[in-house]
Write a protein that binds this ligand. Sequence first.
Ligand code: ZN
Ligand code: ZN
Length: 243
Amino acid sequence: MKTAFVKEPSKISIDETEKPILESGDILIQMHACGICGSDLEKVFGEYGQPSMRLGHEPAGIVLDVGTDVSEFKKGDRVFTHHHVPCYECHFCKHRNETMCKKYYETNLAPCGLSEEYVVPAWNVTHGGVLKISDSLSFEEAAMIEPLACCVRAWTKFSYHENDSAAIFGVGPTGMMHVMLAHAKKFSKIFCLDVNDFRLNFAKKFNITDSINSQDESRKQKILDHTDGRGVDVAIVATSSLK
Ligand SMILES: [Zn+2]
Ligand SMILES: [Zn+2]
């Protein structure tokens, strides 16, 4: 089978890899779609802050095989699989900071999500890391489950009310999911900021208040004018750019 690896900075290679062997609690997935995260791009082109260099953690596919102890899933199930699953019991998990949990980083897909086939470890299988998806959901749509979940989780980290206003910095895929969430939360004003005019124009299709280039000197005034001089209630940073 074929798997994508970062060979050296800025270079990805697709290599032939050994078919994985299943332990009794594992499941084997045939990948049908896998999103490419900003962190994947960092691994390839930049500097990634975490030790793992595995590519692809937004994969969806079909169960090809299950270990002898697995009863919840069977061959042919359509699934989305999480790469990391926390312990749900440690100090960090109890404080809802699951992404700081030690177990979270120990768990992973093997060899990685951007692979023709990959193994989901037993811990993930038994702790909610595998989600069955309906036939009406495409694999491409299912590949958005993890990035959308990150955005939904972000909205649990601050308080807000109906009719509030939001400024969203960076309107790539993550920023656009925040735009849709702001609509779902019945926000009355949504401002999108970016340095990329293509993205700003795209954002305009989503019934937002204003699309503002971050380099526009009047950006602050534009927001103040729409918010009775108060500024926004919520500011979401969905970019790593300081511009
Ligand atoms: Zn990601
Ligand atoms: Zn934990």
